[in-house]
Design a protein around this ligand. Structure first.
Ligand SMILES: CC(C)(COP(=O)(O)OP(=O)(O)OC[C@H]1O[C@@H](n2cnc3c(N)ncnc32)[C@H](O)[C@@H]1OP(=O)(O)O)[C@@H](O)C(=O)NCCC(=O)NCCS
Length: 197
């Protein structure tokens, strides 16, 4: 797994840290939050897991858990959680290193979530910047539903911009931090093939 450095959220009672191996309750929370992310950021699903399954066959808790846990040992993948001081997990980010069609290494934000009652306190900023710092890639890419204004604003505040708008099953904003560049560092591992949700 890609190493993530612990960090506190400035002036707030939260810490961002890597996921410890074997922490089942934390992993369950990450799986639940990953599924919540899909259901709440893709309005076409209307909050229905059944509708999500029609597009993502593995959109069940056990299958999503298996997929997420299978990625943990890979040197190309990383994960971090945000915890409230003296409380539980309040957010997560999952990310990986991939190879673009030109052969350059880039970072990819796969999933990110902050529990609604902990939003607008800098937790999302801390999670996304922890992922960007850990990735150490020439550029970082994140894709989200075009209606997701909260993520677009958060990513913009860290220097991302909308590089492309595409229609897949729904309208998607492709957000990029830094320019893709031929001087990006060489690949550090195998390319991933999984598509975004
Ligand atoms: C997007 C998300 C992670 C942001 O988390 P957060 O902890 O609230 O983010 P922050 O507190 O660090 O916000 C940083 C900045 O982003 C922008 N922002 C965050 N939420 C916003 C919103 N709802 N509307 C407009 N701007 C928003 C603001 O500029 C904010 O700074 P401010 O609070 O000083 O105005 C959270 O809303 C979330 O979990 N959404 C659902 C899942 C999701 O969209 N995941 C990402 C796509 S995979």
């Amino acid at each position: 797994m890609i190493a993530v450095e612990k960090r506190v959220v400035a002036g707030m009672p939260y810490e961002v840290r890597p996921i410890e191996p074997g922490s089942d309750a934390v992993i369950d929370a990450v799986v639940r939050m990953t599924m919540e992310t899909v259901l709440t950021t893709i309005p076409e699903f209307e909050g229905s897991a059944k509708k999500a399954q029609a597009t993502f066959a593995n959109f069940t808790f056990p299958a999503m858990r298996e997929m997420i846990v299978a990625d943990f040992p890979k040197p190309t993948h990383g994960a971090a959680v945000a915890e409230a001081t003296g409380g539980g997990v309040v957010g997560h980010v999952l990310f990986s290193r991939k190879i673009d069609p030109i052969g350059d290494l880039y970072g990819y934000i796969f999933s990110m979530w902050v529990e609604p009652e902990h939003r607008r306190r800098g937790v999302g900023t801390a999670l996304l910047s922890a992922a960007v710092d850990a990735l150490q890639t020439g550029y970082v890419r994140a894709e989200t539903h075009a209606s997701n204004e909260a993520f677009r604003q958060l990513a913009r505040s860290l220097g991302f911009s909308v590089a492309e708008r595409k229609q897949v099953h729904w309208p998607v904003n492709v957000m990029i931090l830094a320019e893709p560049s031929p001087s990006a560092p060489p690949a550090g591992g195998g390319a991933c093939s999984r598509d975004s949700v």
